[in-house]
Design a protein around this ligand. Sequence first.
Ligand code: AMP
Ligand code: ZN
Length: 471
Amino acid sequence: MGLKLFNTLSRSVQEFAPLDLESKRVGMYCCGPTVYDFAHIGNWRTFVFGDLVRRYLEFKGYAVQHVMNITDVEDKIIKRVRESRAPLSDFTGKFEAAFFEDLKSLNCRLPHQTPRATEHIGPIIELIQKLLDKGIAYRAADGSIYFSIEKYRSAGRQYGQLVKLNFDEMRVGERVRSDEYAKEAVADFALWKARVPEDGEVFWPSPWGEGRPGWHIECSAMSMEILGPSFDLHVGGEDLMFPHHEDEIAQSEGAALQPPGQRFVRHWLHGAHLMVEGKKMAKSLGNFFTLRDLLAKSFSGREIRYLLLTAHYRETFNFTMDGLQSARQSLARLDECLARLREVTGQTKAAEDASLVSNFSEKLDDDLNVSGAWGSIFEWVREMNRRLADRSLDSSAAASALAAWERIDSVLAVGASTEVVAPPEIQALLEARQAARKAKDFKKADEIRAELKVKGWVIEDTPKGPRLRPG
Ligand code: AMP
Ligand code: ZN
């Protein structure tokens, strides 16, 4: 069955059809992090969603070229650079490195290309020049270059492809310099911002004088440079629909580099936001979490990834600490079942159980219905547990079940393929407990078991010796 995805352009669920159907190649661009701070758990919802899209396309046999930009110059960064007094690349380098570490903690596949805006100033300037040559961009008195919405529309183009806009309220030629603005403030937006004293040392030479790019032009230039002027998929959080993505379309289609009849992007995918305990996440409300905050509370990357992958991407997701605790329990249930299947399987190899895989892909084909997929996975866990309990599962059936799980986990990436490895201090406690048991000091052994429990680990005594699992 074919994959269906909601396309923000058509506001409907559509069959996913890449430009190059035959080669099954897919070009996919995800708006990446603005590296001015550690990425928060809301950002991670969107990045993990992008990883799910990529992994599922790969599961379906597509050869995905996954590009994620690093926004390393824009308004918020310049403000922080000014405050920190550090050079731009020292400041952004720290958060960029942290971003890549976090990506790994959450088991996201590394994008094939992660272009930095500051390393694409050449293509950015070229694209702005094309818009100037077409008369769609113009130079303001201070040397900044703006995109003219009026000229773009009178060239027969549509501004407002992803969101509905009210042009009656708009005054022609009114301008907005900042990178972020609301729908109500729709106006000519900055492509190139002439240098001002507040920019400090952050500027580049250009044919129009010293300055720096606007945020929106960065993504148009980098995506088209790497994926070509027309590509398959563009992913981001719902807040990016306007103005960021609308402006990306305007700049890219305004330059008219696409072959006739082709759009800049065929499918736009937007992930809904994450809230925390029912509220918009904000530092002032004390409900703001970076990934690191949660890891420091001893939750693992896979528990967080699992939780982020439990809800449909188009539904606002309410993140709670209780939810994270239940994620831990659900994964423990899954791990338990997988560990027992591995024991029964031994060295046996078998072809994957087709029904688990087809149930899974039937759900994901339906606009990435992950909650439905988890429903069938836990149904399967119950069935496996029942068969393990009444010993009606032979080694080949167990191997076939495990092979199916591994196939679907190539998409979910939450299954510990081997047992979860406890940190050294926890392993040391387990060894001390074994030594106490050997010395028949059962009181001490029980105390250590209780200490491990407090630290979040449960000992299971199996025929192959004691095993630790989070719990
Ligand atoms: P930024 O680093 O601010 O450019 O954001 C990176 C990505 O995170 C973008 O795709 C945003 O749309 C997304 N994002 C920002 N806040 C949230 C949130 N609360 N929930 C989900 N995604 C978010
Ligand atoms: Zn972008």
